[in-house]
Structures are given as C-alpha cells and as structure tokens.
Design a protein around this ligand. Structure first.
Ligand code: SAM
Length: 287
C-alpha cells in the first residue's frame, strides 16, 4: 500500500512513534490522486533529477522515486531521517539530506549529490515559510527548470493573479518575473493528516529562460514594486513620492507621464511591463 493513504500513514506514525510537528509545518499527504498530480505537473521523466523539499514520512517521495531518475530530498527534522532511510531502503536513487533548505546552495548540493546541473523541484511546502522558500529558490536563480508546489490556496491565488484584482501583489510580480505560474489543482484539507485549517492548491511554476520584461536595474524594479504595494489604497503618485526615492512629487509626476502611466492609478493595476517601464526610467536617472 502506498504511503499516501490514510491507513499506511497512520501505521507509519504508530510504528515509529511519530507525531506531526506543528512548528515545522508537518501535514502529511494521504491522497495518491494528489501525489500523482504533483508528478504530472512537472512531467517527471525517468532521466530527470528532482529535488524534494520536506519529504516528511515520504508520501510524495515514494511517487518521485518511482518516476524520476534521481531524487534529492532535503528534510530539516532529524527524527525523520532514519524513518525515511528505513522506508526507502530498497531504492538506490534517493539522496537524503538533513538540512534547512533555506541554508543550502541548491545548485551546489544537487551537483555534488547527482552531478546534474539542471533539475526539477517538487514540494508539499511547510506553510510557515512558504514565501521565504519561494524567494530563496527564485532570487538565487537556481537551475531549476520547473516546479510543482503545494501551497495554501490563498497564496496560490496571489501568485497566479492578474493585474487589477485584490489578489495581485508584490509576490505576484516577483514570482511572475521569474516564472510562468498557474494553479494546477485545488486540494481539500482532507487530503492531509493532520487536517490543516486551510485549503490548498498545487501550483506549477515554469521558469522563464529570460525575464518577460526588461527592468533596467533589477534592484530598482523590486524597490518600486515593494513601494507600490506598501499602501494599497493610495495612488501610485502618493506612495512612490513618499517611498524614499529622492524624487520630488513633481519629478514623479513627470516620470509617470513619460512612462504613459496615469499617476492616479493604484499599484495593483500595473502590469509587469508597466513596473519595468518605471524601473527603466529610474535606472537611467538613478534616484
Ligand atoms: N512531503 C511530505 C508530505 O507531503 O506528506 C511532508 C510535507 S510537510 C507539509 C512539510 C515538511 O517540510 C515537513 O516534513 C517538515 O519537517 C519539513 N520542513 C519544515 N521546515 C523545513 C526547512 N526549513 N527545510 C527543510 N524541510 C523543512
């Protein structure tokens, strides 16, 4: 019986006398439908190398081991390492690493463990650090080609949002700058033990070969995005002119006009291209 079933999951927790640790975001998947959807999202092939963040007691890992060439699984909870070693003793394609994913250089780790320079990634993320993990994976420009991530449903909606709605925010722009993002499947809370208080969704992120817009200076681009969403109810002109860019209100008015962006608009209505236009303009005349 697969690990991703209620009966087997309960049996493993009993056998090894384990309890899900809330502070590590441990909610174990008990749905084969969901583990196979995750694998399908990234189109896992026998010659693929895949990294898993937080294998837990192995429900997704089992599926990955059966479909991919090699699996590198990074788990912070030391107590789970011997359990995983025991459960997967018959598999020769698993590399288990007892580390905090936020502290590893993923490219280096994967290269050391498998020799691969490009890889896929799958995870049922610990929700207490969803954003730090996501930004760690993206900002370091790791050589991940695509990923399937289980996240809280609201987070999935924010990441995959379009301009104009209330879900659209700094995280939308940040993720979509690096990846093409879509919600792959919704996942009910009953698919986990223990049952979380929130609904979930699997998102599929396909890395762009090149960012879809040219921001000039990337640091400036992300400063503008952060500032534009800092006070969502204010107009762009008001938030930007108070965001410490060293430009007067009058200068901002001119800059927005030269970008053909109406200064009375709110940050949440701007497309990536419009943010990039502002950033390019600022990159030419640094504030
Ligand atoms: N993959 C398993 C599943 O689907 O049943 C478990 C998923 S559970 C939501 C999240 C897992 O991430 C837990 O096993 C937890 O111990 C691990 N974890 C939490 N923080 C971590 C970190 N900073 N680095 C690596 N793993 C972490």
């Amino acid at each position: 019986m697969k690990i991703a079933t209620p009966a087997r999951t309960r049996a493993i927790l009993n056998q090894y006398q384990l309890r899900a640790k809330k502070k590590l975001g441990q909610n174990f998947l008990i749905s084969e439908r969901v583990t196979s959807a995750i694998v399908r999202a990234i189109d896992l092939q026998p010659d693929d190398v895949v990294v898993e963040i937080g294998p837990g007691i192995g429900s997704l890992t089992e599926e990955l081991l059966q479909k991919a060439g090699q699996v590198v699984a990074i788990e912070l909870d030391r107590e789970l390492i011997p359990v995983l070693q025991d459960l997967f003793r018959d598999y020769s394609n698993l590399k288990l690493v007892n580390q905090d994913v936020l502290k590893v250089n993923l490219d280096q780790l994967v290269q050391e463990q498998t020799g691969a320079t490009r890889y896929k990634l799958a995870a049922n993320l610990p929700y207490y650090i969803t954003t730090p993990i996501l930004m760690h994976l993206l900002e370091n420009r790791y050589r991940i080609s695509e990923m399937a991530l289980m996240v809280q449903k609201e987070v999935a909606e924010r990441i995959c949002a379009q301009p104009g709605g209330k879900e659209y925010g700094a995280i939308t722009v940040a993720v979509q700058y690096y990846c093409q993002a879509r919600i792959f499947v919704q996942v009910p809370a009953t698919s986990f033990i223990p049952t979380p208080e929130v609904e979930s969704a699997v998102i599929h992120l396909k890395k762009h070969n090149q960012p879809p817009v040219d921001p000039g200076d990337e640091k400036i681009f992300f400063r503008v995005v952060k500032a534009a969403f800092a006070q969502r109810r204010k107009t762009l002109l008001n938030t930007l002119s108070k965001a410490g860019f060293n430009l007067t209100r009058e200068e901002w008015l001119q800059l927005l006009e030269s970008c053909q962006i109406e200064p009375g608009r709110r940050g949440e209505t701007l497309s990536l291209e419009e943010f990039a236009r502002i950033s390019r303009e600022l990159s030419v005349n640094p504030a």
